[in-house]
Design a protein around this ligand. Structure first.
Ligand code: ZN
Length: 171
């Protein structure tokens, strides 16, 4: 009988082999941000469309890298599509809490203005469902792979910042 770890491995491999929301969006209006994890050679490109109400209307993922980075990006894209920016921030926080991330250990890659920058562990917001993303919780056992799993989320945070900055610049 397959255990939970086998199930999680299946979910990760499924997202790696059949990545969701793979491709590009026209820029502008979409925001394009690249993320790079030099420890592993992972690259993630996020194309993000945010409408006037602050909802992620579309997202596409590009880039290449290990199975953890690419499957995490696929799961992230599926999880945030159609969500408001506030909901995306809750999801990001819940994911980082699962990854046992202390903001101070993120170094310069943490998005500016994130809560908890005093070095406390990130606390999971109540009521946030991670779904397939829970499959990545085994990564915590391999600290060097945590950056693989969080790369797409840090890239997303940067894309959200730029999308919001662009929106306010337009008036
Ligand atoms: Zn990697």
């Amino acid at each position: 009988m397959p255990g939970l770890e086998d199930l999680y491995r299946e979910i990760i491999l499924d997202h790696y082999r059949s990545p969701r929301n793979r491709g590009e969006l026209e820029t502008p209006p979409a925001t394009r941000v690249e993320g790079f994890n030099p420890l592993c050679g992972d690259e993630i490109v996020v194309f993000l469309d945010v409408d006037d109400t602050g909802t992620v209307t579309d997202i596409r993922i590009g880039g290449t890298g290990c199975s953890i980075s690419q499957s995490s990006a696929s799961m992230m894209s599926a999880a945030v599509k159609g969500k408001t920016i506030a909901e995306v921030e809750d999801l990001t926080q819940a994911f980082k809490a699962m990854m046992s991330i202390h903001e101070s250990s993120l170094g310069g890659e943490a998005a500016a203005g994130e809560a908890g920058a005093d070095g406390d562990a990130v606390e999971a917001p109540a009521g946030v469902k991670l779904g397939d993303l829970e499959a990545l919780q085994g990564v915590v056992k391999f600290p060097v792979r945590i950056k693989c799993a969080t790369l797409s989320w840090n890239t997303l945070a940067q894309a959200l910042d730029e999308a919001e900055a662009g929106a306010s610049a337009d008036g």
